[in-house]
Design a protein. Structure first.
Length: 432
């Protein structure tokens, strides 16, 4: 028997009191925001006096945004994650004191390590090596290979490209197995670099154009398809045509086809491209190492289950969006699919939450802030990659910033980006 215990976050009791005079002022502020949606016969929409609206509508419903404002203020100040058992006391009509009581889950406290005591290696030498450059050029040449029909012979030889039809059956069965049939398939006959299983390539060498040959092969015991593991298969193969590969050569003409004036310019541009790619990869790894090292050295209380559930739900909805299915459709096909997905992704969700909380803690400790212009610039920069420079979609994304919730999301993303820039610069300078 294996029994594990995990410490859970401890809920807190929250009591908020808003004095009567403040309630009166808050009601005025709320009504200014909602009055444009208020309609009462005899008044133009948006021009209904506050006292008239209070006579025609349920006053508690009318000032529900006031309760939301009070809660959101407390949520930000006390780092509240969620609440339950809400009780509200007070009278909006008589403008008495307003009191809210509830049980809340709060973000865990985080104690960051002393950054000066953390050592994180940074590789500054990212210039492309000669080997990397030549490998990239050879890959370009490989991609530029072409083929031509062989007309001076009709017998298939090693390193030819065989254009074949084939149909495979498992020994003892009549019908072809799924994926075992193709028409005009181009197969490079290279036994040293096999594309097909077993010794298929060796067995078709020597075929003549128009010939049909039976090929026997064995699927390996570790084959990915469970139904084919270790099975003996018979392929009926017809050789339709023979082609030979024409290799591309590294010449000035080839360099010009790639958009360069000469081989030297082509090689230099390739070196620069690889160096830039190496730098990006190195910086990304450095960034991940910084975050991991900080997380490994923090002191953090238990993460509330509500935070984990929210992150898992976000990932679940993102997954459904990627596969273009509704929750109902997916669960109909996979009855326990949601539970399996969340169970599989729980550790990942916890890691994401820990990372977000650490970034937030760094932001607060180092007093990192951003302006509205910073947020807009962040949205524009992201659109260059995500929205592929689509100006219409970019403008729409900027317009959505008028929604307080959308602005908050993008503001958090902007701040996280600034925090990452800060810690990368900090640890890079330490290395220097």
């Amino acid at each position: 028997m294996d029994i594990k215990t995990n410490e859970l976050s401890k809920p807190i009791y929250v009591e908020i009191t808003v004095p009567a005079e403040e309630v009166k002022e808050r009601k005025k502020e709320v009504y200014k925001r909602i009055k444009r949606e208020i309609h009462v016969d005899g008044f133009r929409k948006g021009n209904v006096p506050q006292r008239i609206a209070e006579q025609h509508f349920n006053i508690n419903d009318l000032y529900r945004p006031l309760l939301d404002d009070v809660y959101n203020n407390a949520k930000k100040e006390k780092k509240i994650v969620s609440y339950r058992d809400l009780k509200v006391f007070g009278d909006f009509k008589k403008e008495t004191d307003l009191k809210m009581e509830f049980i809340a889950e709060i973000e865990p406290e985080i104690k960051l390590p002393d950054f000066d005591k953390l050592d994180i290696p940074y590789i500054s030498d990212v210039d492309a090596t000669d080997e990397e450059v030549e490998a990239a050029l050879n890959q370009d040449l490989k991609m530029a290979e072409r083929t031509e029909d062989v007309t001076d012979r009709d017998i298939l030889e090693k390193l030819d490209v065989a254009v074949i039809d084939f149909e495979g059956t498992i020994e003892g069965e009549e019908k072809p197995f799924p994926g075992g049939t193709a028409k005009d398939y181009n197969l490079t006959v290279d036994p040293e670099n096999r594309s097909f299983i077993d010794n298929f390539e060796e067995q078709i060498i020597g075929m003549r154009i128009g010939e049909t040959r039976k090929i026997g092969v064995n699927f390996p015991e570790d084959y990915a398809n469970e139904n084919l593991k270790g099975k003996h298969a018979i392929f009926s193969v017809i050789l339709n045509r023979i082609k030979r590969k024409i290799e591309a050569q590294l010449t000035n003409e080839f360099a010009k086809e790639k958009g360069y004036d000469s081989i030297d310019d082509y090689r230099k541009a390739t070196r620069n491209r690889i160096s830039e790619s190496n730098k990006k990869t190195n910086d990304d790894n450095f960034k991940r190492n910084i975050i991991k090292t900080i997380i490994d050295n923090i002191t953090m209380g238990p993460i509330p289950l509500d935070m984990i559930d929210s992150e898992l739900e976000r990932q679940w909805m993102s997954f459904l969006s990627r596969i273009n299915k509704t929750e109902e459709e997916y669960i109909k096909e996979n009855p326990n699919g949601k539970e399996i997905f969340k169970d599989k992704m729980e550790e990942n969700a916890i890691e994401i939450i820990r990372t977000m909380l650490v970034l937030k803690a760094i932001r607060v400790e180092k007093e990192i802030t951003c302006s509205e212009d910073d947020v807009k610039e962040y949205v524009k920069n992201i659109s260059r990659f995500v929205l592929k420079y689509d100006n219409e979609k970019t403008n729409k994304a900027l317009e959505q910033l008028k929604d307080p919730r959308q602005y908050e999301i993008q503001e958090t993303a902007t701040l996280n980006e600034k925090v990452l820039d800060f810690i990368v610069d900090f640890f890079k300078n330490k290395v220097k």
